[in-house]
Design a binder for this molecule. Structure first.
Ligand code: FCB
Length: 442
C-alpha cells in the first residue's frame, strides 16, 4: 500500500548547533554552558566534548550539498547564541552572524527552506554566571538576541522557533543534572521551566516586532503516557504523568495556565510567577513543533520497563510508532493548535560499515517508515501536520552520551569527518522524491 503525502509537505532533517558545529572557540565565539559542562571531567559518558563534533562550522558547504543530494525540502538547525553574542548580550560577533548568513544563503540557493531554532540548549556561560534562566534579565537578553537574528536573517528565514524542548532544558539541566548546567535542584528546575516560558513569550513578541512577515513557534518533546492496564489506578497514574510532563508546557503555551496536577506536586515550592506572565506566555503561534521518540507505559506501581516483547533503540527507548498517531490525535483534541510539524523523530542504533563501505541500517529505516505512516494516518484522522524533520541529518554529539549514540541518516566518521549516506538516508531520498511511503517493501 502507498501512503501519499500532500504536495507541499515539508520533508526535512534536523540538527542542533552544539551537536554538529564544533569550532567551540573559533572566530570570537563565547563559551556556552555545554562547553563548560563537557569540559568538566565525568559529565559525558565517553569523556568527549563538542569541541570538534561534525566540524560543520567548516564543512557546512559540503553538508548543504549533501542535503541537496538527498532532496531535502527543509533543514531545521539552531543558531548558537554565544557564537553571535559571546557574552549573551552587548557586543555582537560579526563573524558568528556571517556564518549563519552564509549558511542561510546556501540553503536558499539549494531551494531548502531554513527552519531556525534560537535555543537548542547552548546558553552563553556568561549568562549562566548571572544565574542563568533563574534570572529574569536573561529572558530579556534572549528576546534581544531573537530580534537581532530576525533582523539579520528574517528576509530569508520564515520559520522561527524560540525553544527546543523546554522540558529537557529545565529538568535534565537542573533537576537530574544530566545536562548542562548540571544542577540538581527542583526549585531551580521549576523556576527555569517557568522562566523559559516567559522568555518564549517575550521572544515571540520580539520576533514579530522585528518583522511582521515571519512565523513564530515552539518545539515541545512529547511522549504519550499509556496506561499499563484499564484499571482505574493505572489510568489515573498515566493521566497524572501526562499532566506533569507534557501538559505542563502545552497548557502554559496554548491555554495560559499550568495544570492543577503541577501545583499539587510542588505545593509551597511553586516558582515565582509574576502577574501578567501567563498572558505573555500564551502568545498566538504560527506553528508548533512536536519531537517524538517513544512513549511511557505507566502503571500505578511505576512504569513498565522493559515492555515485554517490545523493541528498543540504543537509547533504551521503546519503538512504538502507533503512539505517535495517538499523541497527535490527543493534542489535536485537547488544544486549539496551529499547524504541526514533526520537528524531530528518529532512532539510534548500532551501525556497522560493511565491506562495500555501505551502512545497512534496516531498523532505522523501518522506524522512520512506521512513524511516517502513523503520521499520515493521523493526518487522515484530521490532524494538520505540515512537515517532518528526521533526527538527525548527521551522526553527532548526543549530549550526555557523547558520540556513543548514532542517530544520523548520514554516517560521520569522526576520525576523518567523512560523511556516508546510510541506507535509511538513500531510502528517505526516495520517499521525498515520490512524496510517498510504500508500506511493506524497502
Ligand atoms: C532530543 C534533542 C535532540 C537529540 C534527540 C535525540 O531530545 O532535542 O537534540 O539529542 O533528542
Amino acid at each position: 500500500m502507498t501512503h501519499t503525502f500532500p504536495h507541499n509537505f515539508l520533508w526535512g532533517a534536523a540538527t542542533a548547533s552544539y551537536q554538529i558545529e564544533g569550532a567551540w572557540d573559533a572566530d570570537g565565539k563565547g563559551e556556552s554552558i555545554w562547553d563548560r559542562f563537557s569540559h568538566t571531567p565525568g559529565k559525558i559518558e565517553d569523556n568527549s566534548t563538542g569541541d570538534v563534533a561534525c566540524d560543520h562550522y567548516r564543512r557546512w558547504r559540503e553538508d548543504v550539498a549533501l542535503m541537496r543530494r538527498l532532496g531535502l525540502k527543509a533543514y531545521r538547525f539552531s543558531t548558537s547564541w554565544p557564537r553571535v553574542l559571546p557574552c549573551g548580550r552587548g557586543r555582537v560577533e560579526p563573524r558568528g552572524l556571517d556564518f549563519y548568513d552564509r549558511l542561510v544563503d546556501a540553503l536558499c540557493a539549494a531551494n531548502i527552506e531554513p527552519f531556525l531554532t534560537l535555543y537548542h540548549w547552548d546558553l552563553p556561560q556568561a549568562l549562566q554566571d548571572e544565574g542563568g534562566w533563574t534570572n529574569r534579565d536573561v529572558c530579556h537578553a534572549f528576546a534581544d538576541y531573537a530580534a537581532l537574528m530576525v533582523k539579520r536573517l528574517g528576509d530569508r528565514v520564515r520559520y522561527w522557533t524560540t525553544f527546543n524542548e523546554p522540558a529537557v532544558a529545565a529538568f535534565d539541566g537542573n533537576l537530574t543534572g544530566e545536562h548542562a548546567p548540571g544542577i540538581q535542584d527542583p526549585r531551580v528546575a521549576y523556576q527555569v521551566a517557568h522562566n523559559l516560558m516567559v522568555a518564549h513569550g517575550l521572544a515571540v513578541q520580539a520576533v514579530r516586532a522585528a518583522r511582521s512577515d515571519v512565523d513564530a513557534g515552539i518545539v515541545l518533546n512529547l511522549w504519550t503516557s499509556d496506561p499499563a492496564s484499564d484499571s482505574p489506578a493505572d489510568l489515573a497514574a498515566a493521566e497524572l504523568a501526562w499532566q506533569r510532563g507534557e501538559a505542563l508546557f502545552l497548557d502554559a503555551v496554548f491555554k495560559g495556565y499550568y495544570p492543577p496536577a503541577v501545583y499539587d506536586l510542588l505545593g509551597g515550592a511553586m516558582p515565582e510567577i509574576r502577574s501578567g506572565d501567563m498572558a505573555l506566555i500564551t502568545q498566538e503561534l504560527d506553528y508548533v513543533g512536536v519531537n517524538f521518540y517513544s512513549r511511557n507505559l505507566v502503571g500505578a506501581e511505576g512504569n513498565v520497563n522493559p515492555v515485554p516483547g517490545a523493541e528498543y533503540t540504543e537509547m533504551g527507548w521503546e519503538v512504538c510508532a502507533s503512539a505517535l498517531r495517538r499523541l497527535l490525535n490527543r493534542i489535536n483534541r485537547d488544544y486549539r493548535l496551529p499547524p504541526i510539524y514533526i520537528t524531530e523523530n528518529g532512532a539510534a542504533f548500532k551501525d556497522e560499515v560493511s565491506a562495500d563501505g555501505k551502512i545497512h541500517d534496516p531498523r532505522r529505516l523501518d522506524y522512520l517508515k512506521d512513524h511516517f505512516i502513523q503520521t499520515r494516518l493521523a493526518m487522515q484522522d484530521g490532524v494538520d501536520v505540515r512537515g517532518y524533520f528526521v533526527w538527525s541529518l548527521l551522526d553527532n554529539f548526543e549530549w550526555g552520551h557523547g558520540y556513543s549514540k548514532r542517530f544520523g541518516i548520514v554516517r560521520v566518521d569522526y576520525e576523518t569527518q567523512e560523511r556516508a549516506v546510510k541506507d535509511s538516508g538513500e531510502w528517505y531520498a526516495r520517499v521525498i522524491a515520490a512524496n510517498a511511503v510504500e508500506e511493506g517493501q524497502p
